[in-house]
Design a protein around this ligand. Sequence first.
Ligand SMILES: C[S@@+](CC[C@H](N)C(=O)[O-])C[C@H]1O[C@@H](n2cnc3c(N)ncnc32)[C@H](O)[C@@H]1O
Length: 359
Amino acid sequence: MKKLSRYPVKKNDPLQAWDAADTLIENHLLSLEIAPNSRVLVLNDAYGALTVSALKVVPSPLITTYTDSYVSTTAIILNTEKKITPIHSLSGLQGSYDVVLMKLPGQLSYFEDLLCHLSHHLKSTSKIVFGGMIKYISKGHFQCIERIIGQTKTSLAQKKARLIFAEFTKGKTPSPYPTRVTIEGFDHPFSHASLLFSREKLDIGTRFFLQHLPQGNFKQILDLGCGNGLLGIAAKQLHPRADLIFADDSTMALQSASHNYTLFFNDQATFVWTNCFENQPPESVDLVLCNPPFHQKSGVTDHIAHQMFRDARAALRKNGLLRFIGNSHLRYAHELKKKFSSVTKVAQNPKFSIFDAIK
Ligand SMILES: C[S@@+](CC[C@H](N)C(=O)[O-])C[C@H]1O[C@@H](n2cnc3c(N)ncnc32)[C@H](O)[C@@H]1O
């Protein structure tokens, strides 16, 4: 596979932008007989490996790539040298596709949502291939495919990866997402898209954070990595005159947060689709609330939390406050102390610690 970069691009990045499942999908694609006018759909490509493979068999106008993620979108544009700009709404799928390449997502609700939308854009001759690392392929993936698409066959495993092939024999299936979820202490049920963090109930870390929202005279509040927007919405209830900014890498998260905000308030909030809070106006907020992710594209990592610290610091005015929750076993305080003038622990339970970092 040609050298591809992850995003954000780092010099000598030890992490690769593709895995063995991407290579298996590419090898399979190159072995197929594909008519020159075939329309190819790529779903859930992490950094562009599958889209670059598709460019080896058909020209760019015949390729549609869908991803929910800003990081993936930016990496795909970079790695295809701007030949492909992904779509980030499933309503952008159009007509029927001859070839579908999909990297299996870990979250089954998201997978089900993707398949339901896909079922409106397939024909019986569509060639559909799913790929994933074996440790992330579950029985649920097979059940979803067999219920929504049709019978499955699998490839032999290679380098701990496997392909699943399916023929489209079912009909069009409506997606059950987004769903409505009642959260204790909130007057309106939240709308939750299929890819949302803690989609079915309140996450225990978020619950702990809600018990420790800061008091103060905050005029601009940023909910960084907002998910369904619950932390920002709760902060606005405490500080009704503050302006709220919600930021996330996920389109679905921002759509849910935006919908949820309008259930509670009549004024406008700002919704920013970005990686952490990069390239945003400096010194523009007084408070950042942050419950960062521990995973990126199936790898466990703390680099997103570290970039969130840097971006929160840049966004905060002097003496502004970052209130942050993290798993107690991870050493966040050390990292925070490198960037902020004072760092204190506000609360701790056996799993989580909450810190205040002042710029
Ligand atoms: C642990 S969840 C927190 C969600 C919500 N704030 C809460 O407390 O329930 C982390 C959020 O960070 C988002 N995220 C992951 N990677 C990101 C990135 N690189 N930039 C911005 N947001 C990201 C995820 O989409 C997810 O919504």
